[in-house]
Design a protein. Structure first.
Lengths: 223, 644, 206
């Protein structure tokens, strides 16, 4: 009874305890690649062969994402990006608010991109909340495709669509599918990166999963 | 991680392979000792190789000096150390050559005695025919090796064909289609465990595949010519997985002496070996049996661990191969692991005879055994099938309920509920409890239906039910009057309780003591009779003057209360009173007005008082005509309504 | 989850908060309640950076009754927008520290024993801001009902029995507009925020 009647610890205390124990999965290990529409069937077949429990067929998903940015008041740092995702095919699931930090590519020896990531399930008027908070909508898109899992790894093969203005069918952004291999883990579990690299090698040459440097991509587009 | 791929890391073969014979056998060299190894390395030095690089020369110089010093150290062994002898000879030759070279260089440098002129290199004489012959010879040798191999294979194949032996490789292919195999050095081993299906049991299920000796195949073939051809494969499973196993589930009444209970029940009838002798069993059956043994072992290990961990009010007991749990007071569930690995045949036979007499009354429960298997399979399934997140960026792992808990502000009871996981043992005990509750309720209802002929009691069991809940609908009605009145109630049979929903909408929760159900049904029967007789009266045009379902008068009833009603005939001159006591039965009284036995007395003189109605007289119901109570009442009413 | 009413209890002159809590504990135990652990509701408020225009406040509240959730209410001008999120929302607020800074000195919480009495759940909370005692808040929940309109009378009577005649006739401000709607946990949070804001502004003294 004494244990039951003990004073509850505050939420901030339990959170700092969890932070200290390093059990919060706030790091995302990520590899990305793309595959042409014509080749996606082959890739899906390969994934069905490699991944866990695909006896019932791959899991599909259909999400809509809105990306917000919150400008730094001192105009010094880059704006903070917040993403809100909603599953269109599972309406009863909550909104997913996501903070993604700057990707750390590391040197050649690091197998994957590592970026800090916070996934927060939210309910209520999240969009309005973010607007009032001072966030501005940067862009939005919908993404539709398949999910696989292999142990802790999650593999998504998905197509990105523009949000249609009217009742038109959504227009795909490109003629290819985005392939992502990711793991959410607490800090310091770098061994998973090697597993991911090994798995990515199994998908070659159907798709080349790699560390993508968006800054460099942006640079290339300008020059 | 349940899903990671098992990678076995093996040390390389320490010994070098000296020769591989055609049948694939490897002949190893004995390992070298340290000095032998040094000698071998020293021998490898190619002193004749001319290399311009200084460092190489230096290295050679170093190694030679080293070897020299070794030579100097133990010259006594020189004669026996032939390798060092060759090194020394070579070094000596080299020294001589170097000395000669130094002399030549000195002479050439002085230029007094000798002048060096560049010489045109002589074109290499290419003797093509020699080369052709050489190559031809080499090819012929290679071809001979291949041909010899082919010949060998063909010979063995024809031998196989003529003797009608099965093909090893075809069998291996078939095996590979159903089982996980891998080749480790020159053995083939397989894995029959349920690891890939989500099991976390730590016992391995490794088996070895070998080629069956030909004599055995021939023998087997001669023995049964009609049956399927024997396999060229032989699988060897570890001894702890051999034989047959099953989980026995027994439910039995508690015996006074627990020790005798364990003794008699520990001798559960083990089955013999699988049909046919172990050796000639087909590998598929053999592997399936071994897999089943492993599964049963996992199941039992898990149940035993849970039995120790759970703190039940009456603690579960784990004795040897047996778990004992109390299901309901006086009823025990015995779960045992029966494993007959075929080695102590005589022993099990002795055991097998004994229980026939002693434990004959408690039968193995196939349904519960099946449920246990199902439960463990469900655990395996849930170990590997985690839900996917929606939206897709969410974390893998948490269940949908847990995902919703935060944003939907689930309170702590819901969260506690989520983290709770029922153990297999708890679930099987619940199923056993339900089984007993159902059987007892069935028994109670059937006996009541047998005892009580009037009214009829009809119970309908729902065909579809869950392992821990079922439902029965009970109709109480009289033959021929089911349209006039019927009482129905529904009983939900749970694990330890019954829930009765009566006609009036009242819900009653009953315990596992089935006397309660019995009493309830009896009360319902008498209540039914009262309402039915009123309904019949209404049909006959009689008037209900009063009714009470809980009479305060009369002796105290052991269950429920007496009820009564009073009916008046259509013209009001006759009355029927019915009193119903569950312990006595139904009594019917009639009265009429004007009363026939009215005599004016001193107190009541006026004649008009005879209309008040007389005393009630009891009717002997059992002497009346009529099929049942309602029929009798109908006849009675009809009789009393007629003007007489 | 039933309907909850939050009620301030006036601490008499020269009496301490612990005295009041003990007094009320005696009363409720005399009614036949059993203590079922402790409870805690805390609130931390974040102010927007002055360069971001009009000042906005984000209140982050936790309730031990819903341990997996973080309630955040954004107060901007006249509007209040709330979001209920899982525990990681606190980490996000750390990421937003450039934009929203915490007013540590106004961190306020109400904690104390929690009682169950039949269908009622009663929590006696002593409010502290920065370790300073501020007052006593009584939370009463009637669990079988989810419509405030249907149960306000009952709750008021219960509160009167417990606290004396000082209980107002009107339901709390926040509930007034939501009398005919299904009660949710965020409604409890709004009531706490109302009281906490009043304590912060110093309108009430201990």
């Amino acid at each position: 009874m004494s244990a039951v009647n003990a004073a509850p610890i505050t939420a901030t205390d339990s959170l700092s305890q969890a932070l200290k124990a390093n059990i919060i999965p706030n790091q995302e290990y990520l590899l990305q690649g793309s595959v042409l529409d014509s080749a996606v069937e082959v890739l899906l077949h390969r994934l069905r062969g490699l991944c866990d429990n695909v006896d019932a067929g791959p899991e599909t998903f259909d999400d809509q994402e809105v990306c917000f940015s919150l400008r730094d008041p001192n105009q010094q740092a880059a704006p903070l990006m917040l993403r809100v995702r909603k599953a269109l095919d599972a309406r009863d699931m909550p909104y997913q608010l996501r903070y993604i930090g700057q990707p750390d590519l590391g040197d050649k020896n690091r197998p994957t991109v590592v970026r800090s990531s916070l996934d927060i399930a939210c309910s209520g008027m999240l969009i309005e909340f973010l607007n009032e908070l001072g966030c501005r909508i940067e862009f939005e898109y919908s993404v539709k495709g398949y999910m696989f899992r292999k142990g802790r790894m999650k593999i998504t093969v998905a197509k990105v669509f523009k949000i249609p203005q009217s009742s038109m069918p959504p227009e795909p952004i490109s003629q290819s599918y985005l392939v992502e291999l990711s793991v959410l883990a607490p800090q310091g579990q770098d061994a998973i990166g090697e597993d991911m690299r090994a798995f990515a090698d199994q998908l070659r040459p159907l798709v080349q999963l790699d560390k993508i440097d968006y800054k460099r991509l942006g640079h290339m587009a300008v020059t | 991680m349940a899903n990671s791929v098992n990678i076995s890391i093996e040390a390389p073969i320490e010994n070098q392979i000296q020769e591989i014979t055609y049948d694939g056998q490897e002949i190893y060299q004995a390992p070298l000792s340290m000095s032998e190894n040094l000698a071998r390395l020293a021998q490898k030095i190619d002193f004749s190789k001319t290399d311009d690089e200084f460092c190489n020369i230096k290295k050679e110089g170093e190694s030679s000096s080293e070897s020299k010093s070794e030579d100097d150290k133990d010259p006594g062994y020189q004669s026996s150390l032939w390798p060092w002898d060759s090194v020394r000879n070579k070094l000596r030759n080299a020294l001589t050559e170097v000395c000669v070279l130094a002399d030549v260089l000195n002479i050439a440098k002085e230029k007094r005695y000798m002048v060096l002129d560049p010489v045109q290199p002589e074109p290499v004489e290419s003797r093509q025919m020699v080369q052709v012959y050489g190559r031809k010879k080499a090819l012929a040798a290679a071809a001979a090796v291949l041909l010899a191999g082919v010949e060998r294979l063909r010979a063995s194949e024809t031998m196989r064909m003529t003797r009608n032996m099965p093909d090893f490789h075809i069998d291996l292919l078939r095996l590979r289609q159903n089982w996980r195999l891998k080749k480790v050095s020159n053995t083939i081993i397989g894995d029959l465990s349920y690891r890939t299906a989500g099991s976390k049991f730590n016992q391995t299920g490794v088996f070895e595949v070998t080629k069956a000796p030909e004599e055995q195949i021939a023998q087997a073939m001669s023995l049964n010519t009609s049956g399927p051809a024997p396999s060229a494969l032989r699988v060897t499973v570890p001894p702890e997985l051999q034989g047959v196993a099953f989980i026995s589930v027994l439910c039995q009444k508690e015996q006074e002496d627990v020790v005798t209970a364990t003794l008699s029940s520990s001798a559960i009838n083990c089955p013999g070996t699988l049909p046919g002798d172990g050796a000639e069993l087909h590998w598929q059956q053999k592997l399936e049996a071994a897999q089943n043994v492993l599964f049963c072992k996992e199941l039992f290990a898990r149940l035993a661990a849970e039995a120790v961990q759970l703190d039940a009010s009456i603690p579960h007991m784990v004795v040897g191969n047996q778990i004992m749990a109390t299901v309901l007071p006086g009823i025990q569930l015995l779960i045992g692991l029966c494993h007959n690995n075929g080695q102590n045949n005589s022993n099990t036979n002795v055991d097998g005879v004994k229980p026939e007499g002693t434990a004959g009354k408690s039968d193995h429960d196939h349904v519960l055994e099946h449920s246990l298997h199902q439960l463990l399979r469900a655990v395996h399934h849930s170990n590997t099938h985690h839900p996917f997140p929606h939206p897709a960026t969410g974390p893998l792992g948490p269940s949908k309920r847990r995902c919703l808990a935060g944003p939907m502000a689930a309170d702590r009871y819901e969260l506690l509920d989520m983290s709770k996981e029922q153990s297999l043992l708890e679930q099987i005990i619940q199923q056993a409890q339900h089984f007993f509750m159902r059987r007892r309720s069935e028994y109670v209802l059937d006996t009541i239906a047998k005892e009580v002929k009037d009214p009829l009691i009809v119970s309908h069991w729902n065909a579809l039910n869950s392992p821990t809940q079922s439902c029965v609908k009970i109709n109480i009605m009289a033959h021929g009057y089911d349209a006039v009145c019927r009482t129905s109630l529904v009983v939900h049979v749970g694990e330890k309780t019954l829930k009765c929903i009566c006609r009036d909408g009242k819900v009653r929760h009953l315990s596992y003591e089935l006397q309660e159900l019995r009493d309830l049904i009896y009360c319902q029967i008498y209540q039914h009779q009262m309402t039915a007789v009123q309904a019949v009266g209404r049909c006959m045009g009689w008037q209900l003057l009063a009714s009470s379902s809980h009479l305060g008068s009369g002796p105290v009833e052991p269950l429920g209360n007496a009820s009564s009603c009073l009916l008046a005939s259509p013209n009001g001159d006759r009355m029927i009173a019915i009193r119903c006591e569950p312990s006595v039965g139904i009594q019917v009284f009639i009265a009429q007005s004007p009363r026939k036995d009215f005599f004016s007395s001193e107190l009541v003189q006026d004649k008009k008082w005879e209309n008040l109605g007389g005393a009630f007289k009891e009717i002997k119901l059992d002497k009346m005509e009529g099929k049942n109570f309602l029929n009798k009442m109908e006849l009675l009413m009809a009789c009393l309504s007629s003007p007489s | 989850m039933g309907v909850t009413v939050l009620q301030q209890f006036h601490v008499p002159e020269n009496k301490t908060g612990t005295y009041v809590i003990e007094l009320l504990t005696k009363r409720i135990l005399a009614l036949g309640a059993t203590q079922q652990g402790q409870f805690l509701v805390d609130c931390e408020s974040y102010l927007s950076h002055p360069q971001m225009g009009t000042t906005k406040t984000v209140h982050i509240l936790h309730n031990s009754e819903q341990p997996a959730s973080v309630f955040s209410i954004l107060e901007s001008g006249t509007k209040n927008i709330h979001v209920i999120a899982d525990g990681l929302f606190d980490l996000l607020m750390m990421k937003l520290s450039q934009h929203y800074t915490s007013k540590k000195q106004t961190k306020i919480e109400s904690k104390g024993p929690r009682f169950e009495l039949g269908d009622f759940c009663v929590k006696l909370g002593s409010v502290t801001m920065n370790q300073n005692f501020k007052g006593v808040l009584i939370e009463v929940e009637y669990r079988p009902c989810v419509m405030a309109n249907a149960v306000w009378g009952l709750l008021r009577e219960f509160l009167q029995g417990l606290l004396g005649p000082s209980v107002p006739v009107q339901p709390p401000q926040h509930l007034l507009s939501r009398m005919n709607e299904i009660y949710t946990p965020i409604d409890t949070i709004y009531q706490y925020l109302e009281h906490f804001s009043a304590y912060r502004k110093g309108l009430r003294s201990a």
